[in-house]
Design a protein around this ligand. Structure first.
Ligand SMILES: [Zn+2]
Ligand SMILES: [Zn+2]
Length: 366
């Protein structure tokens, strides 16, 4: 490994390359690595008490920023593979991106389009386009994976742009904004105070963690029957098939991660804490696995082969949860594209049916 650049000993000021190994890759609030140098054991011991809190904060930030970037990459992946806006041209003028859709006709088409990556010339424009019109998508479809990375979070929104509020155990607070690129906010994680002062002109709205994910029952309702699928009020808010597909893609991401965790007997939390090179190699491997599963599944629609999952042997404490995951695995493994929506529809309506039955029974008892 290359020698770190020399710094000054925190205690005595002598030039040294030795650092506190625990927070060597720790970060400050600006996402910059800030090692603490000590020329030797004595100087480190002398500062031990004062350094403890700083060390913990720097390490927590490393995990925070890595986790945020990882999640943002995943969100970009599934937007790139499952893009729901038909864009035929993009023009950049006076710092603004103008997008052009084809002339509107009333035909119901396939709800996904190839992401027009060839129309953008730089990464920033690409990210802006990828997140275009994404209001609550990350909060709704990324919730489970966000929860895996950041156990404690809070849903928060500003005029319909949903983000996550992350209070760290160290007392610092951050915002996880996976779709901010459409507003020129490209970072995945931003200190809360800065975010609020820079991007918001009113107080944010806080909701319990998972609120947006829970709102997917609206989707189930829209899926009661196929005629309603295309006629429901929900359609005004977009094609429900898009939401259904995003829901399944998000489950696919979760399954891929669970598969990796079981196979490697590790977890994302452990991964984010690893040394730089190990972290980069392994996270690249995980992301490539996810990307290939997403594109395989989307390619299935064009007649390719879908991804394949073995049944995970991991036992869930909650038996009902296990059943849900198994069902998802089965659908992802064994359903042909033609019957995919039908199957989802029947599951949704079975669920709806049971709910109605329960409601009727409850009413009858009154
Ligand atoms: Zn020293
Ligand atoms: Zn340290």
């Amino acid at each position: 490994m290359a020698e770190p650049p020399p710094g000054k000993c925190w205690t005595c000021g002598k030039e040294t390359t030795k650092r506190c190994s625990k927070c060597a890759e720790g970060m400050n609030q600006e996402d910059v690595t800030t090692p603490t140098y000590y020329c030797g054991k004595d100087c480190q011991t002398a500062d031990f008490k004062a350094h403890k809190a700083k060390c913990r904060q720097a390490t927590a930030r490393k995990q925070l920023y890595r986790g945020g970037d990882f999640l943002q990459d995943l969100f970009y992946f599934f937007r790139e593979e499952a893009f729901d806006i038909d864009i035929v041209d993009v023009k950049s003028q006076h710092g603004k991106l103008h997008t052009y859709e084809p002339a509107w006709n009333n035909e119901v088409t396939f709800p996904y389009f190839k992401f027009p990556g060839h129309l953008v010339t730089n990464q920033e424009d690409k990210f802006a386009l990828l997140t275009m019109l994404c209001c609550n998508e990350p909060a709704a479809y990324m919730h489970k994976i966000v929860k895996k990375v950041f156990e404690d979070g809070i849903d928060t929104g500003y005029y319909g742009h949903d983000t996550f509020y992350l209070p760290l155990k160290t007392g610092e607070t951050y915002v996880l904004d996976l779709a901010g690129a459409q507003y020129g906010q490209y970072r995945s994680v931003v200190p809360y105070r800065f975010y609020k002062e820079t991007y918001c002109d009113h107080a944010p709205e806080f909701r319990p963690f998972g609120t947006a994910a829970g709102q997917r029952h609206i989707l189930d309702a829209a899926l009661k029957g196929q005629c309603k699928l295309f006629g429901a009020d929900e359609l005004q808010k977009g094609d429900p098939r898009v939401k259904l597909m995003l829901d399944y893609l998000s489950r696919l991401i979760n399954l891929t991660i669970e598969d990796w965790e079981v196979t490697k007997a590790t977890s994302l939390a452990v991964l984010f804490n690893k040394r730089q090179e190990l972290y980069h190699a392994e996270s690249k491997h995980v992301k490539e696995g996810i990307l290939s599963n997403i594109s395989a599944w989307m390619g299935w629609w064009q007649g390719g082969e879908g991804p394949s999952f073995r049944q995970t042997t991991k036992t869930h404490a909650d038996a009902s949860k296990h059943t849900t995951e198994r069902t998802t695995t089965e659908i992802i493994n064994h359903t042909s594209p033609e019957v995919f929506f039908e199957k989802c529809l029947s599951i949704a309506s079975q669920k709806e049916h049971k709910k109605l039955q329960a409601e009727e029974t409850a009413l009858a008892k009154k």
